[in-house]
Design a protein around this ligand. Structure first.
Ligand SMILES: [Fe+2]
Ligand SMILES: [Fe+2]
Length: 163
C-alpha cells in the first residue's frame, strides 16, 4: 500500500470518474428524450441535456483549478446504469409503462450524480478548494432539482398510465 496517496488524489480520481459519467449521460439523454412519450418528460430530458453540457464545462473548470488536464476514467457504475436504461427502452418500447421505466433509469443516474457531487463538494471543502466547492454545488443543486422534477412527472402521470 502506497502511503503517498492523499485526499487530493482521491478527489482527482473521482473528478475523472464524473467527467466520464457526465459525457456518457450527455450521449444518453437525447436517446431518452426521443424515446419518451409524454411531452413533459421529453422536455425534461431536453432541458437536462442542456444542463449536462454545463456540468461538463464546470468539471473542466475544476480540473483547471487543480492544475490538471480534463480527462475521463471509465466509470463502471454509470456504464451499468445507462445499459439498464437502454434495456428498458428496448423491452418496454411502445408500451404504456415506457415513460415510468425511463424515469426510473433517469433517477438512478441523478442519484448517482448526487452521491458523487456531494462527496466531491465535501472533499473540495476539506482540501480548501473554495472555487471548486461553488462549481460542484451549482451542479449538485441542478441534479437535485432534476430528480424532484422527475418524481413530479412520475407521480402526476407516468405511473398511473403504466398501472
Ligand atoms: Fe450532471
Ligand atoms: Fe444529471
Amino acid at each position: 500500500m502506497s502511503k503517498e496517496k492523499t485526499l487530493e488524489d482521491l478527489f482527482h480520481d473521482t473528478l475523472k470518474d464524473m467527467y466520464y459519467a457526465e459525457r456518457k449521460i450527455l450521449k444518453a439523454l437525447p436517446k431518452m428524450a426521443r424515446a419518451a412519450q409524454a411531452p413533459e418528460l421529453k422536455a425534461a430530458f431536453e432541458k437536462h441535456k442542456e444542463q449536462t453540457e454545463t456540468h461538463v464545462e464546470r468539471l473542466q473548470q475544476v480540473f483547471e483549478l487543480i492544475g490538471k488536464r480534463a480527462q475521463g476514467k471509465t466509470c463502471d457504475a454509470i456504464e451499468g446504469i445507462v445499459a439498464e436504461g437502454e434495456e428498458i427502452m428496448e423491452e418496454f418500447k411502445g408500451t404504456p409503462a415506457l415513460d415510468a421505466g425511463l424515469i426510473s433509469s433517469a433517477q438512478a443516474v441523478e442519484h448517482y450524480e448526487i452521491s458523487r457531487y456531494g462527496t466531491l463538494k465535501t472533499w473540495a471543502k476539506t482540501i480548501g478548494l473554495k472555487d471548486a466547492v461553488s462549481l460542484l454545488d451549482a451542479t449538485l443543486k441542478e441534479e437535485v432539482v432534476t430528480d424532484e422534477d422527475l418524481t413530479k412527472i412520475a407521480t402526476a402521470q407516468a405511473n398511473k398510465k403504466a398501472a
